[in-house]
Design a protein around this ligand. Sequence first.
Ligand SMILES: Nc1ncnc2c1ncn2[C@@H]1O[C@H](COP(=O)(O)OP(=O)(O)O)[C@@H](O)[C@H]1O
Ligand SMILES: C[C@@](O)(CCOP(=O)(O)OP(=O)(O)O)CC(=O)O
Length: 274
Amino acid sequence: MIDRVFCIIFRTVRGLSPVTPVSSALHSGHPAATPPSSTEHAPTPCPRVFVLPCFSPEHPVPLILKDSWFRCGSSELMEVRGPGPELVLVFSGKRKSGKDYITDLISDRLGPAVCSVLRLSGPLKKQYAQEHGLDLDQLLGPGPYKEQYRADMILWGEARRSQDPGFFCRLATAGAAQPVWVVSDARRLSDLQWFRSEFTQQTVSVRVQCSNETRQKRGWSFTPGVDDAESECGLDEGVHFDWVITNEAAAPPLDEQLQPILDLARKAAASANQ
Ligand SMILES: Nc1ncnc2c1ncn2[C@@H]1O[C@H](COP(=O)(O)OP(=O)(O)O)[C@@H](O)[C@H]1O
Ligand SMILES: C[C@@](O)(CCOP(=O)(O)OP(=O)(O)O)CC(=O)O
């Protein structure tokens, strides 16, 4: 029997910062419940107030409106943020296959109101740069600087991932308010699984591939400890990708290959505004 009912009131606006989490603890998501009615998708400049009932800790009743939107696990409110994404495109591929190039292209085509490029390596590099006194801008860029530190960054990141596989996924997605998320760099099965479990309905996986010859022309050379490690090989086998993009001169033009993905994204963005 329910002896107390708690209410939480908050405001959310698509395109603005998400609501401050009321608890720092994070739990994995649940399958989406009945989709919210169209009035719950607030178009950009229109703030909205939601009043959500939460049941008491003594009587756990999970309340789930949408993946990663509001979550109450065992009656504790675990996370609150803005409306979740309509589409999550999770990209993977070997280094120098062109993940950043292609995800930037998608971002250009869709525009900043629709699409946010999220890099799992972003928070990793930020923290690593701080701890090691390095130049973050160069670590984030495509040049040789990051390659000097890559092997050590992998080990550094793996130490954190081993305790909490979703650590960098959560950091990278926190604050993203656009309806389409483009995750540029899934590397491990745990990355893909995290998105598939948190955003079951929305996640679409995309593999970027090209020949080693093309990668070499872009500056790649085989490095033991990197190219034979999970960071580069974790998604090589046993994974189904929804789309595969071949990024090299002999392949069909990128715009042509990306068209169905862009169409999907535009459709998702349109449904977010309904
Ligand atoms: N289709 C392309 N046309 C021209 N340059 C490309 C193309 N794809 C990738 N590049 C270049 O190759 C380099 C490696 O690409 P990048 O996107 O950084 O790969 P990844 O993120 O997979 O390591 C970058 O300098 C990028 O600009
Ligand atoms: C330590 C890393 O996060 C470095 C990743 O850097 P980038 O994402 O810039 O790599 P590429 O785009 O493939 O060249 C790898 C990891 O295993 O987490």
